[in-house]
Design a protein around this ligand. Structure first.
Ligand SMILES: [Zn+2]
Length: 295
């Protein structure tokens, strides 16, 4: 009889507190979904991961759901981007500190050479955030090289937090390194010999990717605003001369200029989401599209 009562109670408790279902795993919260992909690749069954900003969302208008705040209060490791642009990271990590919740922080920007932005701004029509000149690019996770360095630090944090899993984490990390090597050679093969190295985007999220693979990013938005008619006219002439056939657009940012240029020059408009969890898949599709349209 006693055993039955305990089982029933346990079910009731699990229903009330879903986090108990992940008991025994290391709870990790990450800032952007692509980081979650990496934590899962390294930690496998030993980790449970929650991402703050997900596919299709913009980090600049982001505010977490109550469920995400619950997950955050369980987190033993937090993987942040670590760029000043990501104000929400600082805000939530401060809140955890106020609650005396100790969390191990992995900072992606630590030890990374931040590239300087070309023309850059963040905005989605609701609220705009304007960059000042000479600011650095916050979109670190589109670089396989930076992801690799971060993966090493994530593995270290997991081992420190869960020493019993060291062998699993080391195996997960080597597997992930191999996947990155494959991704890198595939990207180089696809982009090798590409005739037109310039690509056009509504929002400049691909600078680190461009630097790594010898490409050149050109953004339609300018200083936080849609391009002016004069800027658009100039962009249309430059783009016509470059003879590229596609514009890449990101959800959450204005597509007005992109659609106008595409209509004028009869270009294809392709959606690309740098916030998607499967970032190696995103980079592969991007490279293949460049091959197809810029080849
Ligand atoms: Zn951005």
């Amino acid at each position: 009889m006693g055993g039955v009562r305990v089982t029933v109670l346990l079910f009731a408790v699990c229903g009330l507190f879903p986090s108990l279902l992940t008991a025994g795993t290391v709870a990790v919260t990450v800032s952007v979904a692509p980081q979650a992909h990496m934590v899962k690749a390294i930690g496998g069954d030993r980790v449970s991961v929650d991402a703050m900003v997900r596919s299709g969302q913009s980090a600049h208008t982001f505010s977490p759901s109550p469920r995400q705040m619950m997950a955050l209060s369980d987190a033993r490791i937090y993987v942040k981007v670590g760029h000043p642009e990501y104000v929400f990271e600082r805000r939530y990590l401060e809140r955890l500190a106020e609650l005396d919740h100790e969390v191990r922080v992995v900072n992606m920007a630590h030890g990374t050479d931040l590239r300087t932005l070309e023309e850059h701004a963040h905005g989605d029509g609701r609220g705009r955030h304007q960059h000042e000149g000479g600011e650095t690019d916050p979109h670190l996770w589109v670089s396989p090289r930076i992801m690799r360095a971060t993966a090493d630090r994530i593995a270290e944090a997991l081992i420190a937090e869960d020493p019993a899993g060291e062998a699993d984490y080391r195996a997960g990390l080597s597997r992930f390194h191999r996947q990155l090597d494959e991704l890198d050679s595939e990207l180089r093969e696809t982009l090798d010999g590409l005739q037109r190295r310039m690509f056009l985007v509504n929002h400049p999220a691909w600078g680190y990717f461009a630097d790594e693979y010898g490409l050149q990013q050109r953004a339609i938005e300018s200083e936080g605003k849609d391009a002016s008619p004069a800027q658009l006219a100039a962009l249309i002439e430059r783009t016509r001369a470059d003879d590229v056939k596609a514009i890449f657009v990101q959800t959450g940012f204005s597509k007005r200029g992109a659609l106008l240029i595409a209509r004028e020059l009869d270009m294809s408009v392709i959606s690309l989401d740098p916030m998607a969890e499967d970032w190696p898949g995103t980079l592969r599709s991007f490279a293949r599209a460049l091959r197809e349209f810029n080849g």
